[in-house]
Design a protein around this ligand. Structure first.
Ligand code: ADP
Ligand code: ZN
Length: 517
C-alpha cells in the first residue's frame, strides 16, 4: 500500500501533516467510521482525498454546495486527480458517462449533494460501483442543533447503508458544539473513540468587539485606511447593505468590490479571482462569500452587522489568517442588528423546535458581545473545549479600571424579580429607569419599589442588563421574546454576598459614575 505521507508529498506537495490529519486518515484506512472536527482552513479535505487515492474503489463525497464541489474538483484536477460531481446542474447526458467512469475506476472521487444520494436512481446505479468510503462534508447540517440544518442530510445514513459495498463513513465539520457532535455520531453510527477533534483555538486571530460605533461606515473606512496594505473581508447581512457599503468605500478611494448571491456567476467569479490575486484589497459580502475560497493572506474580517450565531461567526472570522500570521476579527455590535436576525428567523419556514434553537444561538451572540471574559476563550468554551485567555483580544487588552456597579445591578435584578420574570430586557430597562410609556402604565410598573430606581438612559440600562446576562447574574428563557430571570448568582447580589464589577465605560454615564482610569 502506498503510504499517506508519500501521497501528501508527491501529489499535494506538502511536507508535514497538520494536526489531526494523520490520525483521521489512519482510522479511515482501517475502515472505521470517523468524525473529524477541525477548524476552517485546517485541511479537512485531504483527510478523505488521501484515502481516496489509496483505496481501490470510489470515494463518495456528500457536500451541500455546488460551488464548493466545483472548486474542489478544479483543484483536484490540477493535482492530476480524477474527480467529478453529480448535482442538479449536471446535464442529463453527462450523468451516465460519469457513473460509467466511476464504475471503471477512472474516477477516484465523486461529489454529490445529499439530495442526489436520496434518489433511487442513483442509489441503484451506485450499487454497481465499488464504494469504499463516504465522506460527509459540513456534517453539522445533519443536526437540528446545528446552525445550518439541511433535511436531506437526515437521509444520508439510509442512503449509505443501502449500498452493497458497505463503505465506511468520515463525517467532517468545522463547527460542532458537543450536542451537534453527539447528534452527528448517533445518526451516522460513529463511536466516540473515533472522534478526532483538534483545538478550536486560533492563536493567530485577535478578536475584537466594537460596541455601537456612532458611524459604522466611517469606523470601517478608518480601519481599512489604517490597514491599507492588508486584504480583508467585510460581512454584512443584506445585499442592499453590501451594495451601499461598497459604494461608500469605493467613493472614498478604497479598492473594494461587492459579492452577494444576487450577482451573476461570472461577476462573482471575477470578484473572487480579483480578491484571490490581490487585485482588490477588500470584499464586502453577504455570507454567500467564502465557502471554498482559499486565500491564505486575509488579514482582517469585519462583521459590520453582528452575526446570526457563534458557529457562522467563527467560521467566517476564521477566513482570516489561514497562513498562520497575525490577523484580526472584528464584530461590530449594534443591539438593533439582532432584531434583523430575529426577523430572519421569524420569517423562515423552519419548524418550531428548530426555530427555538436558532433563537438560543442568537442569544449567544449577545453574550459574546457583552462578555468581559476573553473572547477566544468564550468561543472555544462555546464549542465545549477550553483554552487559556489569549492575551490579545479586546477584552484581554481592556485595561480600563473595574468599576463597582453593584448598586445599579441590584436595582435591575430587583426589578426583574418584581416583574416576576414575565418580561423582556426592554420592559425591565424601561421600568427601572422610570419610563412613562403606555406599556409600563398598563402593567402597573409605576407602583413597583424599584420603578425609576436607576438614573440612566434606557439604552444604558439595556447594556447593563446584557452585561448581567453575559456574566450570569440574569438569564433569558424562551425564544422569540426572551424573558429575563434572576439566577443564583443574581440572588447572591441581592443578598449582599456578591458584588458586580464592570470595566469603566469610555464615556461617563449619566448617573454620575465616571471612569477614573
Ligand atoms: P478546510 O476544509 O478544513 O477548511 P481545506 O481542506 O480547504 O480546509 O484546506 C485548507 C488549505 O490548507 C488548502 O489550501 C490545503 O491545500 C492546505 N493544506 C491541507 N493540508 C495541508 C498540509 N498538511 N500542509 C500544508 N497545507 C495543507
Ligand atoms: Zn483574549
Amino acid at each position: 500500500m502506498i503510504n499517506p505521507q508519500t501521497i501528501l508529498k508527491n501529489t499535494f506537495g506538502y511536507t508535514n501533516f497538520r494536526p489531526g490529519q494523520e490520525q483521521v486518515i489512519d482510522l479511515v484506512l482501517q475502515r472505521k467510521n470517523v468524525l473529524a472536527v477541525m477548524p476552517t482552513g485546517a485541511g479537512k479535505s485531504i483527510c478523505y482525498q488521501i484515502p481516496a487515492l489509496i483505496n481501490s474503489g470510489l470515494t463518495l463525497v456528500i457536500s451541500p454546495l455546488i460551488s464548493l464541489m466545483k472548486d474542489q474538483i478544479d483543484s483536484l484536477n490540477q493535482n492530476g486527480i480524477q474527480a467529478a460531481a453529480l448535482n442538479s446542474t449536471t446535464p442529463q447526458e453527462e450523468v451516465n458517462p460519469i457513473l460509467r467512469k466511476a464504475y471503471e475506476g477512472k474516477i477516484k472521487l465523486l461529489y454529490m449533494t445529499p439530495e442526489r444520494l436520496a434518489m433511487d436512481y442513483f442509489r441503484y446505479q451506485l450499487n454497481f460501483i465499488d464504494v469504499d468510503l463516504v465522506a460527509v462534508d459540513e456534517a453539522h447540517c445533519i443536526s437540528q442543533w446545528g446552525h445550518d440544518f439541511r433535511p436531506a442530510y437526515r437521509q444520508i445514513y439510509d442512503g449509505i447503508s443501502s449500498l452493497k459495498s458497505k463503505p465506511n463513513i468520515l463525517a467532517l465539520t468545522a463547527t460542532a458544539t458537543p450536542a451537534v457532535q453527539k447528534d452527528i455520531a448517533s445518526q451516522l453510527h460513529i463511536p466516540t473513540e473515533n472522534f478526532i477533534i483538534t483545538s478550536f483555538a486560533r492563536p493567530n486571530l485577535s478578536f475584537q468587539v466594537v460596541n455601537s460605533p456612532k458611524d459604522t461606515d466611517l469606523y470601517i473606512y478608518d480601519y481599512i485606511k489604517a490597514h491599507s496594505e492588508e486584504a480583508g473581508i467585510i460581512y454584512t447581512n443584506t445585499r442592499k447593505k453590501v451594495e451601499d457599503l461598497t459604494n461608500y468605500l469605493s467613493k472614498r478611494g478604497i479598492s473594494v468590490a461587492a459579492y452577494h448571491g444576487g450577482m451573476d456567476t461570472d461577476k462573482r467569479t471575477e470578484v473572487q479571482d480579483d480578491f484571490q490575486f490581490d487585485r482588490i484589497q477588500v470584499i464586502v459580502a453577504t455570507n454567500a462569500f467564502g465557502m471554498g475560497i482559499d486565500k491564505s493572506n486575509v488579514r482582517f474580517v469585519i462583521h459590520a452587522n453582528s452575526a446570526r450565531n457563534i458557529e457562522s461567526y467563527y467560521q467566517e472570522a476564521g477566513r482570516a489568517g489561514r497562513d498562520g500570521a497575525d490577523c484580526q476579527a472584528l464584530l461590530i455590535y449594534h443591539p438593533g442588528d439582532l432584531r434583523t436576525y430575529r426577523w430572519f428567523i421569524e420569517q423562515s419556514d423552519l419548524d418550531d423546535e428548530y426555530r427555538k434553537i436558532q433563537f438560543t444561538k442568537l442569544a449567544a451572540v449577545t453574550q459574546y458581545a457583552n462578555t468581559s471574559e476573553c473572547l477566544q476563550q468564550f468561543i472555544v468554551r462555546y464549542f465545549g473545549q477550553d483554552c487559556p485567555p489569549c492575551g490579545k483580544c479586546s477584552n484581554c487588552l481592556d485595561n480600563r479600571k473595574l468599576i463597582d456597579v453593584t448598586s445599579q445591578a441590584k436595582s435591575i435584578i430587583a426589578m426583574v424579580y418584581e416583574l416576576d420574570g414575565r418580561f423582556g430586557k426592554n420592559i425591565v430597562a424601561q421600568a427601572v429607569t422610570g419610563s412613562k410609556n403606555k406599556k409600563i402604565q398598563e402593567i402597573g410598573a409605576e407602583s413597583l419599589d424599584h420603578y425609576g430606581a436607576l438614573k440612566m438612559r434606557q439604552n444604558e440600562a439595556v447594556s447593563l442588563i446584557n452585561y448581567l446576562i453575559a456574566n450570569n447574574f440574569l438569564e433569558l428563557s424562551g425564544d422569540q421574546y426572551p424573558l429575563v430571570h434572576v439566577t443564583n448568582n443574581g440572588w447572591d447580589v441581592l443578598d449582599g454576598k456578591k458584588q458586580v464589577f464592570r470595566k469603566g465605560e469610555q464615556k461617563p454615564i449619566a448617573n454620575g459614575l465616571r471612569d477614573t482610569s
